[in-house]
Write a protein that binds this ligand. Structure first.
Ligand SMILES: Nc1ncnc2c1ncn2[C@@H]1O[C@H](COP(=O)(O)OP(=O)(O)OP(=O)(O)O)[C@@H](O)[C@H]1O
Length: 242
C-alpha cells in the first residue's frame, strides 16, 4: 500500500511568554520595548512515521503529550520548526470543536460555509444538505444559530459535514468525546464504512477502548517523543500497563 501520510523528523517548538500581560496593548508595548521574556517549549521532538493508505491510525498519550500538535502539523495548520509532513489526497480535519464554523450563523448557513472551506461546491453541499442534517439528527435546529447549540450538537454537525463526501484522509481529534454514547456509536460506524472504502483515518482519543475498537496501528506520544509505535494491540497493552 502507498503512504497516505509521511512525517519526517518533525520537531515543534513554541515560544511561551514568561510574563503576565493584562491586555493586547500592554503585550505589544512590551514586545516593542523588548521587555517580554520568552521560554521555548518543545511540544514534539523528532517524530517520524509513515501511515499507509487505508490505515486507521490512533494516537495515545497523556495530557500535553503533543497529540493535537501532531494532528495540526499533519493537517498543515502548524508549520513544524524542523522536519516535514506530507499528505496525499483530500483531507478533512476535525480538529477543534467549531473550527470552520461561524457561531453567529445558523446550521444551514454553516453547512454551506464549512463545505466551501473543505473545497466542495455550493451545489454539492445543497444536494447533500438533508443527508448531513439527518445524520447529525438536527432536523429541528436547522435555522438556529450555532451559538445556541450544545458542544455535542456542534460536534455532530462537524462530523456529519466532514464525512458526507468520502475524504482520502479523515483526521479526528478528541471532539467525538463530546457527543453522546449513541452518536459516538454512529460515528464509529461511519468511520468503519470509510475504512472499507480505503479512507485513511487519524484519530486521537483518551478512550483506549475506542482506539482498540477502531485502529490498526497506534503511536504513543510521551512528552513530545514517540514512546512506542506499532500494531494496535502491542501499543495499547503497553500503554494500559504503564
Ligand atoms: N500554540 C501553543 N503555544 C504554546 N504552547 C502550546 C501551543 N499549543 C500547544 N502547546 C503546548 O504543547 C504541549 C502539547 O499540547 P497538545 O495540545 O498537543 O497536547 P495533547 O497531547 O493533545 O493534550 P490533551 O490530551 O490535553 O489534549 C502542551 O504542553 C501545550 O501547552
Amino acid at each position: 500500500m502507498p503512504n497516505a501520510i509521511e512525517v519526517s523528523n518533525v520537531t515543534m517548538k513554541f515560544n511561551m511568554s514568561k510574563d503576565k500581560v493584562d491586555s493586547i496593548k500592554e503585550y505589544f508595548i512590551k514586545l516593542c520595548k523588548r521587555q517580554l521574556r520568552f521560554e521555548e517549549f518543545t511540544a514534539l521532538q523528532n517524530v517520524s512515521v509513515n501511515i499507509e493508505k487505508g490505515d486507521v491510525f490512533g494516537i495515545v498519550g497523556l495530557n500535553g503529550s503533543g497529540k493535537s500538535t501532531f494532528l495540526k502539523v499533519v493537517s498543515g495548520i502548524l508549520k513544524p520548526t524542523e522536519g516535514w509532513a506530507k499528505t496525499y489526497g483530500t483531507i478533512s480535519p476535525l480538529i477543534e470543536l467549531g473550527a470552520g464554523f461561524d457561531m453567529d450563523l445558523t446550521a444551514r448557513e454553516n453547512v454551506l460555509l464549512n463545505g466551501l472551506v473543505l473545497g466542495y461546491t455550493k451545489k454539492h453541499m445543497k444536494e447533500k444538505f438533508d443527508e448531513i442534517i439527518e445524520f447529525a439528527e438536527l432536523q429541528d435546529f436547522v435555522d438556529v444559530a450555532l451559538k445556541n447549540f450544545s458542544s455535542g450538537m456542534v460536534a455532530r454537525l462537524g462530523f456529519a459535514v466532514a464525512t458526507i463526501t468520502k475524504p482520502d484522509i479523515l483526521i479526528v481529534d478528541e471532539i467525538l468525546s463530546v457527543g453522546d454514547y449513541l452518536f459516538q456509536q454512529k460515528c464509529e460506524e461511519r468511520i468503519k464504512e470509510l475504512m472499507a472504502d480505503d479512507t485513511t483515518v487519524l484519530i486521537v482519543s483518551h478512550s483506549i477502548e475506542q482506539i482498540e475498537r477502531l485502529c490498526k496501528h497506534v503511536m504513543w506520544l510521551d512528552h513530545g517523543h514517540v514512546k512506542m509505535l506499532g500494531d494496535m494491540k502491542t501499543v495499547c497493552d503497553a500503554y494500559k500497563s504503564m
